[in-house]
Design a protein around this ligand. Structure first.
Ligand code: SF4
Length: 66
């Protein structure tokens, strides 16, 4: 199943902090949709503040893999 970039972006922090090496969360979402990068590349997702976002993204990625 193809991953939806907009759906992924919805759950990203959307701070465009560039810690993943991408200029924007949108660029990260596009790479994640192509499975060209992993969730682990976005450090903010692994902080308590974004825990629910990370869980939502993990569910999306898992669902798409099935
Ligand atoms: S590290 Fe995460 S929050 Fe920062 S720009 Fe990349 S995707 Fe967005």
């Amino acid at each position: 199943m193809k991953l939806n970039v907009a759906e992924i972006l919805k759950h990203l922090p959307k701070t465009n902090c560039k810690k993943c090496g991408e200029l924007t969360c949108m660029a990260f979402a596009a790479r994640l949709a192509k499975r060209d990068i992993s969730l682990e590349a976005c450090p903010p997702l692994f902080t308590p503040e974004y825990e629910s976002n990370r869980k939502a993204l993990e569910a999306i990625l898992k669902g798409a893999a099935a």
